[in-house]
Design a protein around this ligand. Structure first.
Ligand SMILES: [Zn+2]
Length: 276
């Protein structure tokens, strides 16, 4: 029968106790040093970024300036406030507008619909010269686009005449050369609107229509004083029942066509999707 060996716990503690205590002290002191000397968080210089590795992006992250949407389109709803623009009853010169269809309202409806249509394209941001029924000076409209460094300017209007129907675009008379961007914008947009359905394609016009007021240097003011490619789109005649019916029936399709045409043009030019 083996003799049972008696463990002398008092001696074990006496021998190993100080050793355990020493290990604990060293451990705590090292941890403390990490926290106090290097700061609670690593400094910027401590972070080494390996640019060869793909960076994972957080879809919920707030975009920085460098990631901001690079393509900006300014949508200008013509007229507004006290300036009604054209009406469906040009012979009625009274100030009573209650029984008239007003261009300023149609322009705003279309502009807001176009703004909505561009939401499908995350690389494009839209700025508006007005979003309500307010009067905005022509120079202020240009300033809004110029100050935002907008890439494109689209002014939305409707026509008025004793007779006539259809859609036309006005651009700066210095853009008469081949394939200037405002000419291309006009062609693409007219193509897309034609696919939706318009009464007549009246084409591209340069400068301004004789006898109209809002022009400078033989151009419509907004085409003259914006720094970016710009067009003035006349979306049918207020005085044409057919155009008014088209406008009401196809408003959202027209808006989608304007946005779609711009995106197709930008894609063809290698500008979309935008590069950051
Ligand atoms: Zn107008």
């Amino acid at each position: 029968m083996a003799k049972r060996r008696r463990v002398r716990w008092d001696r074990v503690i006496l021998v190993f106790g100080p050793l355990v205590l020493l290990i604990l002290i060293i451990g705590v002191s090292c941890h403390h040093r990490d926290g106090s000397e290097s700061g609670e968080n690593p400094t910027v210089t401590d972070i080494v970024i390996d640019s060869s590795q793909p960076v994972e992006t957080d879809p919920n992250a707030v975009p920085t300036v460098a990631e901001a949407k690079p393509l900006t389109i300014c949508i200008d709803a013509g007229h507004g406030g006290n300036d009604s623009g054209a009406t469906d009853k040009p012979k009625d010169k009274s100030n009573d507008t209650s029984n008239k269809r007003l261009e300023k309202d149609d322009n705003l409806r279309l502009a807001l619909a176009v703004q909505e249509s561009f939401r499908k394209y995350p690389d494009i941001q839209v700025i508006m010269t007005r979003e309500t029924d307010v009067y905005v000076e022509l120079q202020e409209r240009c300033d809004i686009a110029n100050n935002a460094n907008a890439d494109f300017f689209i002014s939305l209007h409707r026509n008025m005449a004793e007779s006539g129907k259809g859609v036309e675009v006005w651009i700066n008379n210095e853009s008469m050369g081949d394939n200037t961007m405002d000419k291309l914008m006009s062609e693409y947009i007219l193509d897309w609107l034609e696919k939706v359905g318009i009464s007549e394609r009246r084409g591209i016009h340069y400068g301004f229509r004789e006898g109209e007021g809002n022009y400078e240097s033989n151009n419509y003011y907004v085409n003259r004083y914006t720094n970016m490619p710009s067009i003035l789109l006349e979306m049918g005649f207020m005085t044409s029942k057919e155009d008014n019916r088209n406008f009401d029936d196809h408003l959202s399709e027209y808006a989608d066509a304007i946005a779609g045409a711009m995106v197709e043009l930008l894609t063809d030019k290698g500008l979309y999707p935008a590069q950051t």
